[in-house]
Design a protein around this ligand. Sequence first.
Ligand code: HAM
Length: 420
Amino acid sequence: MSIATPKGVFDVLPGTSDLWKDPTLWQYLEKICREVSHLYGFLEVRTPAFERTELFQRSVGEETDIVGKEMYTFVDKGGRSLSLRPEGTAPVIRALLSSGIRDGELYKYYYLGPMFRYERQQAGRYRQHHQFGAEVIGDSSPERDAELIDLLMSLFRRLGLRNLNLMINSIGDRESRDKYRKALCEFLRTKLSVLSEDSQRRFETNPLRILDSKDPADQEALVGAPSILDFLSSACSTHFSAVQQALRSLDLEFTLNPRLVRGLDYYTRTVFEITAGELGAQNSLGGGGRYDDLIQQLGGPALPALGFGAGLERILQTMIGQGVSLPSAPHPRLLIVPMGDAARERCFLLLKQLRNQGIAAEIELQDRKLKSALRRADSRGIPFVTIIGDDELQKGTCDLKEMATHTAQSVRLEEVANHV
Ligand code: HAM
């Protein structure tokens, strides 16, 4: 009996029927993520796949769905509570704090890797998903907010994506939010009974999260609700205006969405999200914002910071949905088909010599019929094939068949490398 794949995970495997699970696409996307990051002055960070549970409780927040319902938490053999990382921001800050963070320094880091959330199974939602994320630590300038958003938008542009919606909002500082929370609760108090069950619970624990509920009853109840933008302190308001100005000067179109609050507790001031119509209900390609209080909350100095995370699965699915041009899999330049034992030995050596010269080559060792070897070369997109038997060994030459033109030319064995 074969063992089933766990729910909510997938394999990245050559030749899969789901195009977005093709390893060539993953490598291509990761390469472009790295290139764009380097262009914007970000360096790579790799943190462990698991952390102390407390890290996420104290950053993402115990009342959030991510920590409250979706974390893969376990007790290890030493009795410690550990969790598979559900996101990448808290680990990056933890890493920086453990290596010694310096006030006055600017840190720009990016990461690529798996995140784990026990989510309800749904298109575009996985229990292991992969993020490209970037974090900037030590700068409160509004231009940094714009630079970070620009990085993500320029990644999407390089990948050929179109028709994306960049939404931005400011959720202010703690005081702005406290005032707004009170006003929102007052507004919703009389409508409590019509809110969805989730939102009724959130009314007690995290009322701002009601704002981005997709439930139609909640949406209806929110008509005429106060806007957070009217509750921002003047410093937060000035910051947000400057972010918008900087985005405009970078020619980045955006929509103001005062309902955008995001599902993690650490945010302050600017928050943003980029959506794509192709993705259906789970339409967020990426999102992030400022988290100016988090570093202090985790025991570090009071340093401002901001970042984003973007889902690689959703980016790939959108690329395919929008029909952007995709890279093809790497393949050998030449397939060598030996005929007979002597040729086999010489061909094996030839193969090694070609590879030493940096030429990707493959050998047919299964004594297949010539026809099936040619078919294999064709299906793998191998442009050249050569069949080498006793005759060829004696003459020291071989016929190099070019698959595309169905032509062949005779070349000396030691010169094959120059012709493929
Ligand atoms: P997040 O919005 O929870 O933010 O996740 C970022 C992105 O990861 C989402 O926009 C989505 O594309 C993708 N994603 C999240 N969950 C799943 C899932 N279950 N399946 C597939 N894709 C998913 C964060 O994680 C923050 N750490 C972002 C951040 C960095 N904020 C500041 N710095």
